[in-house]
Design a protein. Sequence first.
Length: 256
Amino acid sequence: MFVKLLYKSFTTMATLKEIVFKHHAKEDGSFNIKIRVGHHSKSAYISTPYHVIKKQLNKDFEIKDNTVKKTILQLIEDYNNIIISDGYKFSNMTVKEIAVYLEKTKLEKDRETSIDFISFGYSHILKLKEEYGLNIRATLNSLVDFFDSPKVDITLINSNTLRKYESYLRTPREIIRNNRFKQPIKIKIKPLVNGVIEHMTNIRMLFNEARFLYNDEDNGKILIPHYPFNKYKLPKAKERKKRVVRTEDVIKIRDY
């Protein structure tokens, strides 16, 4: 009973909700998703790294894209966990101070915990244009198939694993996907040739972005000390065989 009362006390002190402002459109037509922090009838806002476009919103400017919604709800849950554990500190704070505290504490917790490469990748997709996002999503889905897990610690993205993953991409295989009726079906995948380079380039880009976000060289906090692409080199594209055109064929085309 005491725990329930304590939880209620903390959560009533600060409430959280995602919000998108119509008048905050960027030049490219996207909108930043913010977290509204409510406290004693006052509000403050935490900017997130995520953006949406109009087709991902309903007429009331609420998020309708399920992938984005899932990511934002997870972010709100992380902030709520901080409220539950540290809510007793908020008694004398203004709503702006609470918002700053939540943002700073979450960043510190993220830096102390392991980094899920797949989760980071899906989050990064939300910052990209749709056509680029689809390409990277295919790479992440392929990694999930390779590891047979929806979570992959970034320490597993090493040079040895990348070589094994490259071999995996170059062999025929079967994957499981849901059809439009959400029923699992098997799909046969042909070996990739030049497509391997695209997957590896995407992984390298995401790895670089993760290092940029989580490593703080100025203060000596390095959460991702390894760099697999020092040892693993991206394969070169294979040149397509040039078709030899006979002289008589050229004459026939010329005189046609």
